[in-house]
Ligand binder design. Sequence first.
Ligand code: DC
Length: 225
Amino acid sequence: MKGTSRIMIIAIDGPSGAGKSTVAKLVSKKLGFEYIDTGAMYRALAYKACKNNVEINEKNSEKLVNNTNIDYFNNSIYLDGDNVDNYIRDENISKAASKISALENVRIKMVTLQRNIAKNKSVILDGRDIGTHVFPNANYKFFITASVEERAKRRYNQLKSENFNVDYDNILADIFKRDENDTNREISPLRIADDAIIIDTTDMKIEDVVNYIINFIGGNTCYIK
Ligand code: DC
């Protein structure tokens, strides 16, 4: 394990729909660490752009990020002071978030925010660039993935259970597209950190993934919470 401080940073990266946030939330509960859903931060900004009919491009992004306040605490995302948990999960926002997260101004602002939120405490963060860019010295890095079909199936079941009107083929196509955007963008693309532990969850249950991570970290849990 890296580092000697009593603060522990756990990075969980991976593609859309791999179950990162479910796993990260459960691990955070078991360890008593704070959880930060960095995707929710990009989603919140995308939601604001969509709500205000702001076209998502580099030119508009400077004003947008400078006039926006985003915070994440107690497992909730706040946009300009309002809890927007219930507005950021639909497929339009997923597409807009993928687009907005490729913009330089946006990434600079989000990474700064993420580092500030995580200051002086043990945290578990999930995203795309946590282990490669936001916290390259994280104590533990996991890359959670699954086949694209399995990820589409999970997203479909999740959205259906939340009463969204969804079509599996559209979700599959969206996940392909998002993988392509997230992997091929110029700034901080999705990639596996050299020192990350890869977990392919295609045939794994959530609790098995959580137990694997907890066992991997072992007894190193006497950290500042
Ligand atoms: O994890 P998610 O699906 O909620 O993320 C929404 C979008 O934000 C996704 O297209 C990838 C992007 N994202 C990112 O670029 N970097 C992160 N650290 C987290 C998410």
